[in-house]
Design a protein around this ligand. Structure first.
Ligand code: DQA
Length: 143
């Protein structure tokens, strides 16, 4: 069986549904996980889905992905904008990376316009809400 796609989520995404719904919508992370698993199954991908508020946990998971995943879809949340550790882990993973943001970060504060992760991403999807994760899966399926 082929390796799964790791779908990784950074800090505060566990608060989706309650956190600034005018920006992030009312979909919860559990809803997103269900949609991703369903679409993954349709496309023939196993999915490993995780969220952490801790940078090191995400680095550990990216390191594990190097051996155990076929690709990474990551919403690094605030770490996007300043984590060199996540950048370096993604670089070392040598896997296709899809960067996803629920909101259109380019329409928001200036500090959200810089992404360290984009340097390691094949594609970046921002502003499509939860559907961005599905777009990421579809991109990987046709790749
Ligand atoms: C986010 C955008 C980030 O700037 C922010 O820190 C988040 C979520 C998004 O999905 O739109 O926590 O990654």
């Amino acid at each position: 069986m082929s390796k799964p796609i790791f779908v990784l989520n950074g800090p505060n995404l566990n608060m989706l549904g309650r956190r600034k719904p005018e920006i992030y919508g009312t979909t919860t992370l559990a809803d997103i996980e269900e949609k991703v698993r369903d679409r993954g199954e349709e496309l023939g991908f196993g999915i490993e889905f995780m969220q952490s508020n801790h940078e090191g946990d995400l680095v550990d998971e990216i390191q594990r992905a190097r051996d155990e995943a076929c690709a990474i879809i990551i919403n690094p949340a605030a770490f996007t904008h300043y984590s060199i550790a996540i950048h370096d882990a993604l670089e070392a993973a040598e896997l296709p990376v899809v960067e996803v943001h629920l909101s259109n970060v380019h329409r928001r504060e200036d500090f959200r316009h810089l992404s360290y992760v984009s340097l390691q991403a094949e594609t970046v999807i921002a502003g499509a809400g939860a559907y961005g994760y599905i777009m990421g899966l579809e991109y990987l399926a046709q790749r």
